[in-house]
Design a protein around this ligand. Structure first.
Ligand code: SF4
Length: 330
């Protein structure tokens, strides 16, 4: 299984753009900080972390919806970091996004047929209006909606149905990679499982790779092959789901996952409550960014940034004191 997408040292810095004057420094937010990882062909990688940790920004960077400040992005072996708008045309067809807010991402003045056909037209995938309507009908069926709904408008659908429409639009161009940014968090709990199952079924049928951005750890446990944990713009742990859930190494992962519901009633893990607030990304702590809240922090943590180091096959953690896992190594 080779990588569909590779990020190498990718950072995104936002500045308020104002002048540095009157003794007031320009506000600089390091939203994504030197992130390196890969997404393999056909896999689902879940990206988790508290809100504001940079998950959505990273998702947008991978699709070049925003440009990185530094670092390199490769899609399907091709360096896309500096590709022009024109050069990105083919990549845009292969890499799609499903948004959190299914209403806000659908134009209220356009019919469902127009919304779903937009990418088909943009990439010249249909040649006549009959072919366009046939394809829209097929896509609506694939996402579990009656084709005769195609001339209705977004306001006539429930939240779950609108998310199905967003998914139909994303898969219309037969992508090989989809970023889903909190795709079920705006939906009723009763509808969430249906949408998750739909996305899993479509992935099985079509084989696309999936970056699933989420904060619901029960959903992540259900859907992910691998899990990446973000804290203050950095990936602090990444690995197969079984390793990250079962033998988590980073103290932040341990705290975050201690809040996740445990499916096995015989296994009860102690809830770890972190002290203090998440520091402002405008004023990143030195060394390990987690040292201000970490119960295990030592002097070295305040001055030296820990690299992501392999602790078991495929599992890496960024902590000076992460140890190779005896259960999973050897
Ligand atoms: Fe905690 Fe230090 Fe490890 Fe950071 S490097 S997670 S502060 S023990």
């Amino acid at each position: 299984m080779n990588a569909i997408l590779r990020a190498e040292g990718v950072s995104k810095v936002f500045s308020d753009g104002g002048p540095v004057s009157f003794g007031k420094a320009r506000e600089v937010v390091r939203a994504v900080d030197d992130v390196s990882f890969e997404i393999m062909r056909g896999e689902t990688l879940a990206l988790v972390g508290e809100s504001g940790c940079g998950k959505s920004t990273l998702g947008r960077l991978l699709l070049r919806l925003i440009d990185p400040t530094s670092g390199k992005l490769e899609y399907d072996g091709q360096d896309i970091t500096a590709l022009s708008r024109h050069g990105m045309h083919d990549v845009r067809r292969k890499a799609q996004m499903v948004f959190q807010d299914p209403y806000g991402s659908l134009s209220p003045r356009r019919s469902i047929a127009q919304i779903i056909a937009e990418p088909l037209d943009a990439f010249g995938l249909v040649k006549s209006s009959k072919e366009r309507r046939d394809r829209v009908a097929e896509l609506l069926t694939q996402v579990g909606l009656p084709p005769q709904f195609m001339d209705r408008y977004p306001r006539q659908f429930s939240g779950g149905q609108r998310q199905r429409i967003g998914i139909a639009r994303a898969i219309s161009v037969d992508p090989s990679f989809i970023v889903a940014d909190e795709p079920v968090s705006a939906l009723d709990v009763s509808v969430q499982a249906q949408i998750i199952n739909l996305m899993q079924d479509l992935q099985e049928q079509k084989g696309f790779s999936f970056l699933f951005i989420a904060h619901d750890l029960a959903v992540v446990r259900h859907i992910a092959d691998r899990v990446a944990v973000m804290y203050l713009g950095r990936i602090v742990e990444i690995g197969p789901k079984k390793s990250v859930y079962g033998a988590r190494q980073h103290p932040y992962t341990q705290a975050l996952l201690s809040a996740a519901p445990e499916p096995d009633p015989d296994k009860k893990s102690r809830r770890i409550i972190l002290e203090g607030d998440v520091p402002s990304p405008t004023n990143m702590p030195s060394g390990c960014a987690f040292h201000t809240r970490c119960p295990l922090a030592k002097d070295i943590c305040r001055t030296e940034r820990p690299p992501l180091t392999e602790v078991a096959p495929g599992q890496r953690a960024a902590c000076h004191f992460a140890k190779p896992n005896p259960i999973l190594v050897g």
